[in-house]
Design a protein around this ligand. Structure first.
Ligand SMILES: [Ca+2]
Ligand SMILES: [Ca+2]
Ligand SMILES: [Ca+2]
Ligand SMILES: [Ca+2]
Length: 600
C-alpha cells in the first residue's frame, strides 16, 4: 500500500515502487494473504522521499549593461523549479565567474574597452543545473585618462616602499637611491584602449632629498624622449613629461624611470603616471593635388595646389623643396624666394591636421628659375652721319649667360628703336643736327644692361646739286652764248626748236644722298624763247615731261617737279629737248638744280 492505496502484490518480501515522482514523500504499508485470500492486518508504515532530479527552468531574458570601465551589470528573469531555485551561476566568455542568489549580478572585474559575453544558469538545492540562458553581450567604455600607480609598475633592482610623504598619489610610493648609472628602473606600461595622441604626466612626492633630474623616458609609437624632472619641487600634482605623443592601442608604449642620475645620496621617486588622451584623430588629411610650380623671377618660384580635406580639419601644408621641408603655410599657395637663378627645383607639398597627422606628399612639380643676369654693356659705339637724315651706329657685341636677344637704341636719352644686330641706322634725323646715342643689350627675359658710353654725330645739311650747262651733255648742235644778263654762271647754250626732237641737253647729277628732291631749271628769258620748252625729269622709278615758258621768269630758279625720290648715284637726269612741235623759237639750256627736301 502507498499512501493507503494498494499498488501491487509480491510473493517475496521485497517490492520496488518504480512509479514515483521525484522529490515526493510516500508512506508504505504491506499485508500478507493466503491462497483463500485471507489478508493479515497492515504493517506499521515506512516512509521514504524520492530524490530531486529535476533541474530548474532555463533563465530567460538575460541582459548586460556596461556601467563603467570595470563593471557590467546583468539581470534576467527568474527560473522555476519543482522544488525551488537555489541560485544562479554566472558565466563570462564560457567560464563561471560567480553565483547570485537573485536575478541580477554585477561583474566588477571587467577591463576597460573590452567586450564580454555572459550567460547564466539556475540550480536547485540538489545542484540540478539548468541549461544556459541566452547570451548577453556588453562592452565596457574606453579608458582615456589612464592612471597607473606605483603598485602596477614593474621594477628592477631594489626599490623601497614609502608612505610618509603626504603629497603622494595613492596609499604609497617607491623610491630608489640615485647612482652614477641605471641600476634600478621602474616601468609603467599602460593598456591603451584608444589609439591616439596622449599627454603623459608623472606624480611624485617632493622633498629635499629627491633627485633634481629624475630621468623619465617616455616611449611611444615611433619615438621616445628622456625628460629629467626636479623632484625637489612641484610634488603632489601631475607634472607634464611629454605632450601629444602618438600611442598605439595595446601595451607597446611605456615609461621608464631610472636611478642613474649621477647624483649621490638622493632618491628618485616612483609614484604614479598618467596618460591622458588628447585626440584620437589618427587620420591624415587627403594628399594635396594639382601642385603647380611657376618661376616668376630669377630667385622666386610660386607654388599653388588644391586644398586637402580632413576628418577634423586641415591645419596647414608642408612645402618640400628637393625633398627637404622648407616651409609650412595655411594657404594653398606659397612663394619660394631666395633661389638661385637658372636652377631647377622640385617641389612637393603635404597636408597636416591639428594633431600633426601628415598626408602623403603630392606629386612633384618642377620649375626652373629665370635668367636674372643682364648682358654685358655694349662697347665701341660709334655714330656716323651718312646722310642729312641718317646716322649709322655700330658697336661691339655684348655677351650674356644665356644669350643676347637684342639691343636698345637711345637717342638723346630716349629709346627710339631696337636692333638684333650690332648696327643700326637712325633714319629719322633732321639735317644739320647733332645727336647723341647710347645702346644697351637685353636678353630673352628682358634683363637689360646699362647703357653704353655715348657717341655723337651731326647730320649734314640737305643736299643741293647745281649743274650748269658746261656740265650737261648735248646731242645736236647747241650754240653757247654769254649776252643774256640773267644767265646762270658764265654762259648758256641754246638750240632752235623743231617739230620733233633733234637736239638735247642732259644734266646727270651724281647724287650723294638718296632722298626727296625738288627739281628746278634756270634759263635766260627772251621773246624768241619757246613757250613750251620740254624738260623731262627722271627720278627714282618715274619720269615726267614739263613744258616751261622760257619767254619769262628768266634769271631765277623755276620749279619743275617737287618731292621726287632720288637715289644716290647717277641714275637720275633732266633732259631739255628742242622738240617743241614748232620751229622759229629757241630753247635755252642754262642750269638745273636739285634741292633735297626730305630724307630717304
Ligand atoms: Ca602611489
Ligand atoms: Ca585628421
Ligand atoms: Ca641673361
Ligand atoms: Ca649757264
Amino acid at each position: 500500500y502507498r499512501n493507503g492505496a494498494q499498488i501491487g502484490t509480491a510473493t517475496t518480501t521485497t517490492f520496488s515502487d518504480t512509479n514515483c515522482v521525484p522529490a515526493t514523500t510516500y508512506t508504505y504499508e504491506v499485508s500478507a494473504y493466503d491462497a483463500a485470500n485471507n489478508e493479515s492486518g497492515k504493517s506499521s508504515p515506512a516512509v521514504a522521499t524520492t530524490p530531486d532530479t529535476v533541474a530548474p527552468s532555463v533563465p530567460t531574458n538575460l541582459t548586460a549593461n556596461a556601467v563603467s570601465q570595470n563593471r557590467i551589470d546583468l539581470s534576467w528573469n527568474a527560473s522555476t523549479d519543482n522544488v525551488g531555485v537555489a541560485g544562479y551561476r554566472i558565466y563570462r566568455n564560457g567560464s563561471q565567474i560567480g553565483t547570485s542568489g537573485s536575478t541580477s549580478y554585477s561583474d566588477t572585474t571587467c577591463d576597460s574597452y573590452t567586450t564580454y559575453t555572459y550567460q547564466v544558469s539556475a540550480y536547485d538545492a540538489s545542484n540540478n543545473e539548468s541549461g544556459l540562458s541566452n547570451q548577453a553581450v556588453a562592452t565596457t567604455p574606453a579608458n582615456t585618462d589612464i592612471i597607473l600607480d606605483n603598485n602596477v609598475a614593474t621594477y628592477t633592482g631594489t626599490w623601497f616602499t614609502g608612505t610618509s610623504s603626504t603629497d603622494k598619489y595613492g596609499p604609497d610610493y617607491r623610491y630608489a637611491t640615485t647612482d652614477v648609472s641605471d641600476t634600478r628602473t621602474a616601468t609603467w606600461t599602460p593598456k591603451i584602449d584608444i589609439a591616439g595622441y596622449y599627454d603623459v604626466y608623472c606624480w611624485y612626492p617632493k622633498g629635499s632629498n629627491r633627485s633634481t633630474r629624475a630621468p623619465y623616458t617616455v616611449y611611444w609609437n615611433g619615438g621616445s624622449q628622456r625628460v629629467e624632472i626636479n623632484q625637489q619641487v612641484n610634488g603632489g600634482q601631475w607634472v607634464a613629461l611629454v605632450s601629444s605623443k602618438r600611442f598605439s592601442a595595446g601595451t607597446s608604449g611605456y615609461v621608464v624611470l631610472s636611478n642613474g642620475t649621477g647624483e649621490s645620496s638622493l632618491n628618485v621617486m616612483a609614484d604614479a603616471l598618467r596618460f591622458l588622451l588628447v585626440s584620437d584623430d589618427l587620420t591624415p588629411p587627403s594628399t594635396p593635388s594639382n601642385l603647380s610650380a611657376t618661376a616668376v623671377s630669377s630667385s622666386q618660384i610660386n607654388l599653388s595646389w588644391n586644398a586637402s580635406t580632413d576628418n577634423v580639419g586641415v591645419a596647414g601644408y608642408k612645402v618640400y623643396r628637393n625633398g627637404t621641408q622648407v616651409a609650412t603655410t595655411s594657404a594653398t599657395s606659397y612663394s619660394d624666394t631666395g633661389l638661385a637663378e637658372l636652377t631647377t627645383y622640385t617641389y612637393e607639398v603635404s597636408a597636416y591636421d591639428a594633431m600633426g597627422n601628415e598626408s602623403a606628399k603630392s606629386s612633384q612639380a618642377v620649375a626652373t628659375t629665370l635668367d636674372g643676369t643682364p648682358p654685358s654693356v655694349p662697347t665701341g659705339l660709334s655714330a656716323s652721319a651718312v646722310a642729312p637724315t641718317r646716322i649709322s651706329l655700330t658697336w661691339s657685341a655684348s655677351t650674356d649667360n644665356v644669350g643676347v636677344a637684342g639691343y636698345k637704341i637711345y637717342r638723346n636719352g630716349g629709346q627710339i628703336a631696337t636692333s638684333t644686330s650690332t648696327s643700326y641706322t637712325d633714319t629719322t634725323c633732321s639735317p644739320s643736327t647733332s645727336y647723341t646715342y647710347t645702346v644697351a643689350a637685353y636678353d630673352a627675359i628682358g634683363n637689360t644692361s646699362a647703357q653704353s658710353s655715348s657717341a655723337s654725330a651731326t647730320t649734314p645739311a640737305f643736299a643741293e646739286v647745281i649743274m650748269d650747262n658746261p656740265q650737261a651733255s648735248f646731242t645736236g648742235v647747241w650754240t653757247t652764248a654769254t649776252s643774256a644778263t640773267d644767265k646762270y654762271g658764265s654762259n648758256y647754250a641754246y638750240a632752235s626748236t623743231a617739230v620733233s626732237e633733234g637736239k638735247t641737253a642732259t644734266w646727270t647729277p651724281n647724287m650723294q644722298y638718296s632722298g626727296y628732291y625738288d627739281v628746278y631749271a634756270w634759263w635766260t628769258q627772251g621773246s624768241n624763247r619757246a613757250t613750251n620748252a620740254p624738260y623731262t625729269i627722271w627720278w627714282d622709278g618715274g619720269s615726267q615731261t614739263v613744258a616751261v615758258n622760257q619767254s619769262t621768269n628768266g634769271g631765277r630758279w623755276n620749279v619743275l617737279v617737287t618731292n621726287k625720290h632720288h637715289v644716290a648715284g647717277t641714275s637720275q637726269a633732266v633732259k631739255l629737248s628742242n622738240g617743241t612741235g614748232a620751229t622759229g623759237k629757241v630753247v635755252v639750256a642754262d642750269a638745273v638744280r636739285w634741292m633735297q627736301v626730305g630724307g630717304d
